[in-house]
Ligand binder design. Structure first.
Ligand SMILES: Nc1nc2c(ncn2[C@@H]2O[C@H](COP(=O)(O)OP(=O)(O)OP(=O)(O)O)[C@@H](O)[C@H]2O)c(=O)[nH]1
Length: 432
């Protein structure tokens, strides 16, 4: 059967009172009670095949589940339908139900060693055992009631039809039970149930018919050979699935690495590494695009070139590292003081370009004035030790509005001339 494997988060949140546990317990209780009542009435392993065959099918059931393989969509797919159908066709519905129910109950407990909680293992055990034994009991009884042969000696038209009905009804009942569990766990059913797992189970059922006929004819050499080939086939499929699983994980990991790398490369191409601001290349492209858009839609666009005053002195007097830290802190302040729609870029060493879309020159000048004051009042105590207590910096601005000339160099030239004017008039000022 295909088995739902939960994500860690779902697992962590789970308590015994969750609906899926209650449903699993209910299934198990109904299955156990039915088997107990029928067992008391009919007796177990009362047919021609005794406890030896029962033990064989319990071990074979466990083997077919163990030979299951991981599937990215729906957790675990196993070949247990081979053991279920073969035991049903030899021993009858009741014995097949409890033997395979027991195998389904035992198997999940090895997950305790893989770090799965006891609560989750118990839920899986109860659910798998309850569902499988009820499915075998119900569908097997229907098969027998309609005249299906137990033990099955040979195939003819009627038996083939009944066997097909048995396999399909088992599949439908199994999927219905799984869907209910998926619904109770709020998982996505399209991801967990699909044609593939049903096909594996139906093919397993068909193989079971062959196993039964060989078994019942007591052709032990052929049976041993068949089981050997079957086991080998399961093992190969399992290894293949494990390899595919690993490969898919590897591909996913590499894809994610590439995605992150391309994001990083894109960031590096458009951002300045020291300050994290947009770089000059990005700013130039952006400005050109915005200027054309502003002209087309007749909107305001104002830019400002800002330059830290006497920055060279900071480097020379206190170290290049201190100069870098000043650049970083000033950059942060510029971004914080501008709107999300504005663009702040590092345009040169200690020069910044600010673009204010939908803003006229008066308002942009006002914003630059506020930034100038904030920079003048910046608290530099964080650089204590590296700079004297009275350390402070100022900044000068040249502001220009985009006019009818939509050449980037024109407006940048105007802003630069005004910045030069601000510097030559004594610095720490905004010239518009
Ligand atoms: N620490 C540091 N300094 C830089 C960086 N980029 C440029 N600089 C320095 O910034 C200084 C700029 O000096 P100038 O162009 O003479 O201007 P200024 O000293 O700010 O003088 P005014 O602009 O006229 O007020 C130079 O010494 C550059 O080496 C950087 O990334 N980090």
């Amino acid at each position: 059967m295909a088995e739902v494997v939960e994500s860690a988060t779902v697992r962590e949140q789970r308590t015994l009172l969750r609906p899926d546990f209650i449903w699993s317990l209910l299934l198990f209780a109904v299955a156990a009670a039915t088997i107990a009542v029928l067992g008391a009435q009919q007796g177990v392993l009362a047919g021609p095949y005794g406890w030896g065959t029962g033990g064989f099918f319990l071990l074979f059931g466990l083997f077919t589940i163990t030979m299951g393989f991981p599937h990215p969509g729906f957790g675990h797919v196993s070949f247990d339908r081979v053991a279920q159908v073969a035991s049903l066709l030899l021993l009858g519905p009741l014995d097949a139900a409890w033997i395979n129910g027991l195998a389904s109950f035992i198997w999940p407990w090895h997950r305790l060693w893989k770090g799965v909680t006891a609560k989750d293992v118990l839920t899986a055990s109860l659910h798998n055992a309850g569902l499988m034994s009820l499915v075998i009991l119900a569908c097997g009884t229907l098969y027998v009631e309609l005249g299906g042969a137990v033990p099955l000696f040979e195939l003819n038209g009627t038996t083939a039809g009944l066997l097909l009905l048995l396999l399909l009804s088992m599949q439908l009942a199994n999927d219905a039970g799984m869907l209910l569990l998926i619904y109770l766990r709020h998982l996505d059913p399209t991801r967990l149930l699909n044609v593939f797992s049903s096909a594996v189970e139906i093919v397993s059922g068909i193989i079971a018919v062959v196993v039964t006929i060989v078994f019942v004819r007591l052709d032990l050499t052929t049976l041993a050979l068949l089981l050997f080939v079957l086991g080998l086939g399961m093992l190969v499929l399992k290894q293949f699935a494990i390899m595919r699983d690993r490969l898919e994980k590897l591909v996913d990991e590499r894809t994610e690495e590439l995605r992150l790398k391309s994001i990083e490369l894109e960031r590096q191409a458009t951002h300045d590494t020291l300050t994290g601001l947009f770089n000059r290349r990005f700013a130039d492209d952006y400005l050109q695009r915005e200027m054309e858009a502003a002209k087309r839609t007749d909107r305001d666009l104002t830019i400002a070139l800002a330059d830290i005053d006497h920055f060279k002195k900071i480097n020379d007097s206190y170290s290049h590292a201190t100069g870098d830290e000043v650049l970083r802190r000033v950059s942060r302040l510029l971004v914080n003081r501008c709107r999300k729609t504005d663009i702040v870029a590092r345009y040169g060493g200690e020069e910044f370009l600010l673009c204010f879309p939908d803003t006229n020159i008066e308002f942009a000048t006002q914003i630059c004035g506020q930034i100038r004051t904030a920079i003048e009042k910046m608290d530099w105590s964080v650089l204590q030790g590296a700079v004297p207590a009275d350390f402070g910096i100022t900044i000068s601005f040249g502001v220009a509005a985009v006019g009818s000339d939509t050449r980037r160099t024109t407006v940048l030239g105007v802003a630069d001339t005004r910045l030069y004017k601000a510097k030559s008039e004594g610095r720490n000022r905004v010239v518009a």
